[in-house]
Ligand binder design. Structure first.
Ligand code: SAT
Ligand code: MN
Length: 603
């Protein structure tokens, strides 16, 4: 440790220093980064308040009007730093085969050598925040501790919302045999230069080094980096799964409760689905949220699959969120929330308000846009960045599930895969069995939207919606999915859904949003062995009379239309899956080949 570093004495400091592994790693990182000051965070609401106050001075935060937005703050990130940078994200292992064909790979030694000079002295003149956190309820069999060292106030405040932070983490490390069981997360925003930006994962060392970005998925290292990439690697070693899935509860009028895990690629409405409000006709049903982004799943002693949400907050897309599209998200962000990269509006009394496209509020006459530039409705540009975000505590969610924090997790009744597909893929079908379900999940595709750069409407394969998040070789990941079945006495039923199928005039046929409840009801009834389905080449499908269509603007013939399977279109689909299969070259698990052949022969 350099003599010029001031370590702020606190309870957290003494707990950190009493752990020899933490102490040694911390000493190394302080010597490398040379911060002026080291602050140990405890994750309390009082501390978060102090971080916000500090941020008002440094310019990291703006305080919103506290009457309208109690406890809410605004943050603007660098305009070159507003989304995850998959091309700068690496799995760093001795052999390239460990990372596999879908990840960027760097040798671990090379990565350390490349990044060390970047970190050297990078925190001079800055404060290093030490963030001890737990992913998952601390008493859960899957709970994982991480410690993030960061020079970003925004990251410190955000992590205290998104994770269980503070003493709870030191307590887990103090249990016998746990002292060294933590993910070492080193983060610096550096000079936010994309040419010096690296998000590196070292699964063999349980280590993450992130440099040069302050954006959520790149910088809140508990989220995608730990809870998906590192965790998926650990899950493979330890027989559990880390998946990019929402977790929701659905309680039927008779009190029966089912839990569903669902994987949709980005921009397919995961957060909206996890907070779904049943339509009037389903008033006696209750839908509740366990999680909106990540599920960790394992097999319990009875051979049943259970799941926890490792996070304790939501980091959701803001534009398009309003009391029609997602009333529960609107309520979740009403207090104690950080808004990032939306538009900032100055009110008459000089306090600040926020605005975004498709919010409940009409556009303001003028505002500062997400880049801090003067904006008016005539500007012809977006005021809020399409990927602007809210960071809100889970406890704000009015439909938070009563078991969301239960260390025993929730039982998983069904797994859904989905994507945005204007043709070919029907509204809903069930896989014939687990292996067929894995094939369906592994081959899901989604059409690119205007929110992302590049051509719109191109189908991109995104296996299990995990393409950028699998922390090891996709071949082994798929084999792991097959292997998990062998551990279960009975397994969740697997379904594919597509809310986005269009008619010949290019209009969405299915009404979506709360009406997805009708599909959910069929899925739940199928999973419990109660609903009828007919066999088709793709899987088990409901007939119009098997789904409640009462009171909808669409009729049975519309329903038949979006359930139609065209052999020609499915053949095209199989051909377009080749792109993914070729990437896996000689490594494709045989089950995948068999499933494809069986599908072809069913046509
Ligand atoms: O990658 S982020 O966590 O920033 C957002 C997301 O894709 O869920
Ligand atoms: Mn996500």
């Amino acid at each position: 440790m350099t003599a010029s570093t001031a370590v702020v004495k606190s309870a957290g400091e003494s707990r950190a220093m009493s752990n020899p592994y933490v102490k040694q790693w911390l000493d190394e990182c302080i010597t490398l980064c040379q911060p002026d000051k080291v602050v140990f965070c405890d994750g309390t609401p009082e501390e978060r308040k102090r971080l916000f106050q500090e941020g008002l001075k440094t310019g990291d935060f703006y305080e919103l009007n506290q009457k309208k937005w109690p406890g809410c703050y605004y943050h603007r990130s660098n305009s070159n730093d507003v989304a995850r940078t998959e091309h700068l994200t690496f799995i760093c292992t001795p052999s390239e085969d460990m990372a596999g064909p879908t990840n960027n790979w760097m040798s671990d030694r090379q990565a350390y050598a490349k990044l060390k000079p970047l970190y050297r002295g990078c925190m001079k003149g800055r404060t290093m925040y030490v963030l001890p956190f737990v992913m998952g309820p601390a008493e859960s069999v899957l709970a994982k501790v991480g410690i993030e060292l960061t020079d970003s106030l925004y990251v410190a405040a955000s992590m205290s919302i998104m994770t269980r932070m503070g003493n709870v983490a030191w307590d887990v490390l103090d249990k016998p045999g746990n002292a060294n069981a933590f993910t070492r997360c080193l983060h610096s925003i550096g000079d936010v230069n994309p040419d010096r930006r690296y998000i590196c994962h070292f699964p063999l060392d349980n280590t993450i080094w992130s440099f040069g970005s302050g954006y959520g998925g790149n910088a809140l290292l508990g989220k995608k980096c730990l809870a998906l990439r590192i965790a998926s690697y650990l899950g493979r070693q330890q027989d559990w799964m880390a998946e990019h899935m929402l977790l929701m509860g659905a309680q039927a009028p008779n009190g029966e409760k089912s839990y569903i895990a669902a994987a949709f690629p980005s921009a397919c409405g995961k957060t909206n689905f996890a907070m779904l409000i049943p339509p009037d006709r389903y008033r006696d049903w209750k839908v509740t949220t366990v999680g909106d982004d990540i599920a960790w799943m394992w097999v319990d002693e009875q051979g049943k699959m259970r799941a926890i949400n490792p996070e304790s907050g939501y980091f959701g897309v803001v534009p398009g969120t309003n009391s029609k599209s997602n009333p529960n998200a609107v309520k979740s962000m009403q207090k104690d929330t950080i808004f990032t990269n939306v538009a900032l509006v100055t009110l008459d009394d000089g306090t600040y308000d926020v605005w975004w496209e498709d919010s409940d509020m009409p556009a303001p006459a003028k505002a500062l846009d997400w880049q801090g530039k003067e904006w008016t409705p005539a500007s012809g540009t977006k005021a809020a960045h399409p990927n602007s975000r809210f960071t809100a505590p889970a406890i704000n969610n009015p439909v938070l599930d009563e078991n969301w924090d239960d260390p025993a997790g929730v039982p998983v009744t069904a797994i859904m895969f989905g994507g945005r597909r204007s043709k070919t893929i029907p509204l809903v079908f069930q896989s014939f069995n687990w292996i067929h379900g894995v094939y369906i999940g592994a081959t899901i595709g989604s059409e690119t939207t205007a929110a992302a750069t590049g051509a719109v409407g191109v189908v991109r394969r995104d296996p299990m919606a995990m393409l950028p998040f699998i922390g090891y070789n996709i071949r082994d990941y798929l084999v792991h999915w097959f292997h998990m079945r062998k551990k279960m006495t009975d397994c969740p039923r697997i379904f594919l859904v597509n809310w986005f199928r269009k008619d010949e005039k290019g209009r969405f046929v299915w009404p979506g949003f709360g009406e997805n409840m009708r599909v959910l009801e069929w899925i739940i009834n199928r999973a419990h062995g109660r609903a009828y389905a007919k066999e088709t080449p793709l899987g088990w499908m409901p007939r119009p009379e098997d789904i409640n269509l009462e009171g909808l603007t669409i009729d049975k013939s519309d329903f038949v239309k979006i359930q139609t399977i065209s052999a020609e279109e499915v053949k095209q689909e199989i051909i377009s899956q080749e792109e993914l299969f070729l990437k896996l070259a000689g490594d494709l698990p045989k089950e995948m080949l068999f499933q494809r052949e069986l599908l072809i022969s069913r046509l």
